[in-house]
Write a protein that binds this ligand. Sequence first.
Ligand code: ADP
Ligand code: MG
Length: 817
Amino acid sequence: MSINVEPLRKILELEHKKGYVDSAVIGGLDRFLRNWASQAIESITNPQLLNRFHKLHLANSNYASLTKQQRKEWVKGVLDFLAEVEHREGEKGEAKLTPVVSRPPSGTRVQRTVVSQSIDAPITVIRGISSNLAAKFNKLGVKTVRDLLYFFPHRHLDYSQRKSISQLTEGEEETIIANVWQAQEVRLGGRRSTEAIVGDETGNVRVVWFNNPYLAKKLLTNTQVVISGRVSLFGGRYVFESPEWELVEARELIHTGRLVPLYPLTQGLRPRQVRKLMKEVVDQWAWQVEDFLPPELKEQCNLLELPQAISQAHYPEDEALKDRARVRLAFDELFLLQLGVLSKKRDWQEGQPGSPFSAKITVLDTFLKSLPFELTAAQQKVLTELLADLQKSQPMSRLLQGEVGSGKTVVATATLLMAAANGYQGAFMAPTEILAEQHFATICQLLSKVGHLEGEEDYLHSYSGLLPHPLTVALLIGDITQSRKQELQQRILDGDIDIAIGTHALIQKGVEFHRLGLAVVDEQHRFGVTQRSALRQKGFNPHVLVMTATPIPRTLALTLYGDLDLSVIDQLPPGRQEVKTKWLKPGQRDSAYAFIHRQVASGRQTFIICPLIEESEAIQARAAIAEYERLSQEVFPNLRLGLLHGRMPAAEKDKVMRQFRSGELDILVSTPVVEVGIDVPNATVMLVESADRFGLSQLHQFRGRVGRGAEQSYCMLLTQNPSEVARQRLDIIEKIQDGFELAEEDLKLRGPGEFFGTRQSGLPDLRMAKLSDVGLLELARSEAIKLFEKDSGLEKPEHSLLAKELARVWPQAGEWS
Ligand code: ADP
Ligand code: MG
């Protein structure tokens, strides 16, 4: 069935005759157009026509609200479009408005041979992709045709503005269309190269391609060629040096004269080859991608059709369409992310019932009264929220955000105590062993104030007096001897241990719980969705509390962690001061050391963070040892220094930490492992080496290690040779103390996906979405919620494509509950 343009033309002509008063059709033109457009769009297969069709906004025309003059122009635009449609129909018989299924789009050569192949077939089904070439693409993560369609350029060069030769400007990226007068092989700098003279009606210009003699044979005299590249001046005359070029043929331009895509490349892939291939792939396959978004949603949010968005993301007609393509593709990512997260939340809530705790008020009161301080109002509010959750049979799923030093640990301890008082076990997980050890020490210290230490074994303490049975706390980390570990694991399984503290090892195979009721996960940005799911499978559908000191802007938190409820401790304990922060150039190193000398002389302690080394932990450890020796011998020979790195045996780490905490050491030299959580109130100086190589959140974490006591604290950031972006970061951290504000700034500075490293968090990739794109985030979220309310299982027939797509990007969906 092809669409008849005649009625629309008649109506528009009538509208013109009546003077644009919107009286040509009963019910108004807008309504008629909506109807017409929704049918027409099904039938337009030609990409160019489809583009123009979209630009006209026929489906959401809003004609009624236009002024008379605007209406006049608009009607003319649509009539032109209709004329074009008919013209093409008559001329080539190709661009007829016919249903997509019965006709492949026009304009490409190999179309008909591949229509039956699925886009999930390996890329070798594409003509021109050998297994050799396929292997190169595989290295870039591209395996199927679909992957290739979603293999987007990282940016585009704008060669869309054509100039005449007389208008060329030195130093600019320019595009000309010219006639080849002559082209020949020449020697340039000892290399075989091509030199050509090309001209248009305004003048001639020289073009050279270094190291490429073969071109001379392709650029025949009197052929038309498009040249795009930077114009330079040589010997007083303009020249293009190794520009992009392309013969003017009937085919569309790929390398020149347009917005030209730049693809991420790997060895053995040449830019021209990839561009040419991508053009063919896009023309041929993009139109076969099924658009999974419901049409009303697309219309309401004014989103491009998916095939068009894919095609425009590669070979955009203009900047505006390029942007709209990105918006559509980014919307998809965020929308699917949100749907996935929502259905995960539902699964958890509707799955096995959890373990409702009863509030053991006496135990809680006794514990809180024993603390050396009063909870802040924010801690109290959050604790109340948590206790309310814990009493429900629906398991808690909560994200607790709180600035560094806001006192999350004590709140977490209170909830773990609740679990134990209710006869359940609690697990407390930290990202590093050092932190797990510290939590063990902190919790034991807190409990020793309420209970009586009854038993003390390696990695296990028990306290009597608080609960009817002795409250037993154990530490489970990697360095424990195998036999001791097995023993502890057995006792966890037997239910002897109330609170188990450890790293992620706690959720690895081998550790089974007798009756796990609550899991607390500290510093959650290192603890992804997958790990959280694994935890759930430890049985009993425990309450889960996830804590983070990386402040996440609210919208972002809701999007990435929409499966969790949100609590915020938005207040620091009283008496905390601003940490004076300054970034220093290499020349200021000595004055930094002198400052540390003075601070230590007045009884304070210092952290020194070693340079960030990406390589292995072993190399990092070695560098830290070298730095420690240099500092001990050359810089601070009369002070007491300690060393901390990830390769040390647990007992040694423990000893160093204890010594530092108790004041037996003046300076702790450490690899960046102390980044999170370490708590030593008497430390007032934080010196970070190669600070320009850390992100804002990480620097903020370092800074949070000091300023915990009553004394004024300082953070000194040493830099080597900061880049422009690094300078911006350092300026920001000097000025801003508030973690949330910093997070917002961090988001602005960083690229897509980087902020959270979605890859390691187990969430689907965000390639097009920028997390700073708050408007789009909010739109995607609200649309996902709306859809979820209507059809949370995506069971309605109009959502079947969406359900399929969701299953594709969230393959682990089935394992959530
Ligand atoms: P974080 O939120 O960074 O994990 P911690 O739980 O380590 O913070 O707490 C930081 C420090 O503040 C600890 O020394 C803790 O004992 C102390 N603290 C916690 N709550 C309070 C409070 N309400 N008043 C005073 N000090 C507190
Ligand atoms: Mg902490």
